[in-house]
Design a protein around this ligand. Structure first.
Ligand code: GDP
Ligand code: ZN
Length: 298
């Protein structure tokens, strides 16, 4: 555990905590804020309080199991790393991550990386995509890990926050983390004891501190991130621009696909809701999901 004095201490849980975790296989996860008392005898801590989580990423222990494994908690922001060229991230992919992020109550920021590779055509496409997401309220950043464009902005944004980097393989998550803090790799050895290797689990997340404050959470793959269990009716609630109008649909259980007097369809026709976003919504609704192995985090 990293204490407020800046030191890190080996801590253990009192037995009672283990008993109470009825739905979750692990009572404590990376990102949890705790109180502990220090044992003077061996300078280790005993955790007395685990504070309420503002959010957490979970994985079900097995497909059929009701038990969940908490991968990480108290995440302040999800940096969705996107590249519009080399490779091109589809809006379907972006929207799937955004929906998951909304479902987990983790604010998402779109980080467009590799802008050094843009030609005029890609800039035009970029501006179109960017304004689509900005209109919904998502913050967008244009960066280049290679040419160090806006890395100072990125560094300021991660300061004092717990940040998750998501996006498919090859978009530059590692490169961005390294350019925010070039020494992170070197220091990683020091903090390996922070990882929460639950006794009965095979996966675990690690949390790494940035030199100037803040943390990045490293989880072994994003498969978990795509596994939020939401019902069909809930999906529109995770599209902020649809959430705003859906109370005007005639039917309370409207799927916004073919029902009459649908406020979402009307907003699409009027150009208030972007057609691309609506199509991506329909794809998620009908289970036309992308392959989960495409997902990754850093
Ligand atoms: P990850 O799989 O998301 O962690 O991606 P990596 O950080 O491993 O980067 C994938 C590839 O993209 C590497 O060959 C990087 O050198 C390259 N790359 C990363 N960021 C940039 C960038 O801003 N511009 C360019 N041109 N290449 C980049
Ligand atoms: Zn509707």
């Amino acid at each position: 555990m990293l204490a407020t004095d800046g030191q890190s201490y080996d801590c253990r849980l009192r037995g009672s905590f283990r008993m109470k975790g009825n739905k979750s296989t692990n009572p404590i996860a990376v990102g949890d804020k705790v109180k502990f008392t220090l044992q003077p005898s061996d300078n280790t801590g005993v955790i007395t309080v685990i504070e309420d989580r503002k959010n957490c990423i979970v994985r079900r222990s097995t497909k059929l199991s009701k038990q969940t494994h908490v991968i990480a908690a108290n995440i302040d922001q999800n940096f969705v790393v996107v590249t519009l060229g080399f490779p091109r991230t589809s809006t379907g992919f972006i929207d799937r991550i955004l929906v998951t992020s909304e479902a987990y109550h983790i604010p998402a920021v779109l980080v467009f990386n590799k802008v050094d590779l843009y030609n005029d055509e890609l800039w035009e496409y970029h501006n179109e995509i960017k304004s689509m997401y900005e209109n919904i309220g998502y913050k967008c950043l244009e960066v280049s890990a290679k040419e160090k464009i806006n890395i100072d902005v990125l560094r300021a944004q991660v300061k004092d926050k717990i940040t998750l980097f998501t996006g498919h393989s090859g978009v530059g998550k590692s490169a961005l983390i390294n350019s925010v803090d070039p020494d992170l790799k070197l220091r990683v050895g020091d903090v390996s004891t922070w990882s929460m290797k639950g006794k009965h689990t095979t996966t675990f997340a690690e949390i790494f501190p940035f030199a100037e404050g803040g943390y990045v959470i490293d989880t072994p793959g994003i498969k978990e991130f795509g596994m939020v269990n939401f019902s069909k009716e809930e999906i529109t609630h995770f599209f902020p621009e649809m959430r705003e109008v859906l109370h005007n649909c005639r039917f309370a259980n409207c799927t916004h696909e073919h029902e009459p007097s649908c406020a979402v369809k009307k907003a699409v026709e009027e150009g208030i809701i972007n057609e691309t976003r609506y199509q991506n919504y329909l794809n998620i609704l009908n289970g036309r999901e992308m392959e989960l192995q495409e997902w990754e985090t850093r």
